[in-house]
Design a protein around this ligand. Structure first.
Ligand code: GLC
Ligand code: CA
Length: 542
């Protein structure tokens, strides 16, 4: 019998714990809050929760700076809460995937505290140090969060590397003891019965800073294969690597069906499609044809050779309905169309908290409203380069990470039902109309559409087509329409939609036999002709 990996048919839901549900009124989401919402997730039909980091941390980067991998961040709860979450989720058939930050630790991690004591410290070599002059960093490497990637350490009189904030010193994967300690910790978590790991910026662990190499270093896959062999391969879990530097070629290594590395990766080509050469703060024109072609290439290239993750959103990205859809008049239709386009493809779909409600970006006007370290640093840096306050806020409102981090909108009571206290970050004022309670009560809501989409993907009739069917795009040069079929044996699934606000009539390659899912009440299909209204999308049997 053909063995199918369970995660090929799974749908993952990402939770950013700080913003999901507060249970004790301190304004910060927590693990008990998540437990109280498991029935909601079960109703949606998801199989896996990817939990952004919940480990002990000074929260310089909201938990992506870990000071103790074996403990739970006290404001999120206790280890007992975490075990209860694993258990309670398990009862509902939901597995917990933890977020593992292995590229760096917090500067408050005992390893680093020891390491900076001096060159003889046992942990010195767990990090990346370079000798030098305090006024002259070793080279021009920059941090993703701005400024030099090298920080002068007063205590030991040397530079250490930090590709992210100075409170996130990079770990040295050259060091076998560090790797061994890391595997031990990973196995400790796996023994608790978690469903796997999402590996934070894992493509930078093979860095060669002296040659200015960060992603895709020469020993990267050697390290990942060892990591996988020492840990993951002993368990029936899913793993997903976050790899901004991935391309279709190395993706075949990362997600090799032989299981030697990860189950899958997050690649970001579609996310970066509209960025300028200078990165995300300067966006170019939205090029829909380019976007479609990127997806098509990944779909075709990885078929049979690897496995895709399908995502529009995460805690680092603006809300998809604001970014690629229409968060005004056609918010509901465009949110559903975006979901249709993505979930029809081969791969494991990810839903980021609130995406299933069609949550939108927030509009900030003042620096005091910003919480994200990346946006705060960017504001300072670009201000010095002459950007005006208005330009800065426009860039942050368009691409900043706080857009994803505003509290989950549960209902129309104060603070959207997220907290009875003062939320750590502002709630999007549109929660009075956009919230889970209203969505659950409306059969035509974005929530119910996602629910149907998930159910269709898992249905006996169609699950094999979603999992293994070939991907055949058509109308590839069309600037408004996305269209492809998924084909397996005699079965043919059509996925089609209009990405714009003008009605279009298109010719289908085969006659529609049955509409399976549609975001308008009455699809207008007549033999081979389909008329698609603004953001109309559907799936059908051909
Ligand atoms: C990843 C995380 C992001 C974090 C960074 C550093 O990109 O998704 O939130 O800031 O790594 O850990
Ligand atoms: Ca709390």
């Amino acid at each position: 019998m053909k063995q199918t990996k369970w995660w090929k048919n799974a749908v993952v839901y990402q939770i950013y714990p700080r913003s999901f549900q507060d249970s004790n009124g301190d304004g910060i989401g927590d693990i008990s809050g998540i437990i109280s919402r498991l029935d909601y997730l079960s109703e949606l039909g998801i199989d896996v929760i990817w939990l952004s980091p919940v480990y002990e941390s000074p929260q310089d980067d909201n938990g992506y700076d870990i000071s103790d991998y074996y403990a739970i961040y006290h404001e999120f709860g206790t280890m007992e809460d975490m075990e209860a979450l694993i258990r309670e989720a398990g009862k509902r058939g939901i597995r917990i995937v933890m977020d593992l930050v292995a590229n760096h630790s917090s500067d408050e991690h005992p390893w680093f505290v020891e390491a900076r004591k001096g060159r003889d410290s046992k942990y010195r070599d767990y990090y990346i140090w370079r000798e030098g002059d305090r006024n002259q960093p070793p080279n021009e490497l920059t941090s993703v969060f701005g400024g030099s990637a090298w920080e002068w350490d007063e205590e030991s009189g040397a530079y250490y590397l930090h590709l992210y904030s100075r409170k996130q010193p990079d770990l040295n994967w050259e060091n076998a003891d560090m790797r061994r300690d890391m595997y031990q910790m990973i196995n400790w978590w796996l023994d608790k019965g978690i469903g796997g790991f999402r590996l934070d910026v894992i493509d930078t662990i093979g860095k060669v800073p002296d040659q200015m190499i960060t992603t895709n270093g020469p020993k990267l896959h050697e390290y990942i294969q060892e990591l996988s062999r020492e840990t993951f391969q002993h368990h029936d879990i899913m793993t997903v690597g976050e790899t901004w530097g991935a391309n279709v070629d190395n993706a075949k290594l990362y997600s090799n069906p032989d299981g030697s590395e990860f189950s899958m990766i997050f690649q970001f080509e579609h996310i970066c499609a509209n960025w300028s050469e200078d990165g995300k703060w300067k966006q170019g024109k939205k090029d829909f044809v380019k976007l479609k072609k990127i997806f098509s290439r990944w779909q075709k290239e990885l078929w049979g050779k690897g496995w895709n993750s399908l995502f529009w959103n995460n805690h680092d990205l603006p809300r998809v309905v604001s970014n690629f859809g229409d968060d005004g008049r056609y918010r509901v239709e465009s949110a559903k169309a975006l979901a249709t386009f993505l979930h029809g493809m081969q791969g494991t779909p990810y839903i980021y908290e609130g995406e299933e409600l069609g949550m939108t970006n927030i509009h900030l006007e003042d620096v005091s409203q910003i919480r994200d370290i990346e946006s705060l640093n960017m504001y300072e840096e670009y201000r010095q380069q002459g950007w005006s306050h208005e330009e800065l806020m426009a860039a942050i409102n368009g691409a900043g990470r706080d857009n994803a981090r505003t509290p989950m909108q549960w209902d129309d009571t104060d603070n959207a039902g997220f907290t009875t206290g003062t939320p750590w970050i502002e709630v999007n004022p549109n929660y009075r109309t956009i919230n889970a309670k209203a969505e659950l009560a409306d059969d035509n809501s974005v929530f119910h559409y996602y629910k149907k989409l998930i159910a269709l993907r898992k249905s006996d009739a169609w699950k094999d087509v979603f999992m293994d069917g070939t991907y055949v795009p058509f109308m590839e040069e069309d600037e408004d329409i996305f269209a492809y079929t998924r084909e397996l044996g005699a079965k043919r699934l059509l996925v089609i939609g209009n990405f714009h606000d003008v009605e279009r009539t298109v010719t289908l390659p085969y006659a529609v036999r049955k509409i399976l899912l549609s975001n308008y009440q009455t699809p207008q299909i007549n033999a081979l002709q389909a008329t698609l209204r603004p953001y109309e999308a559907l799936m059908a049997e051909l």
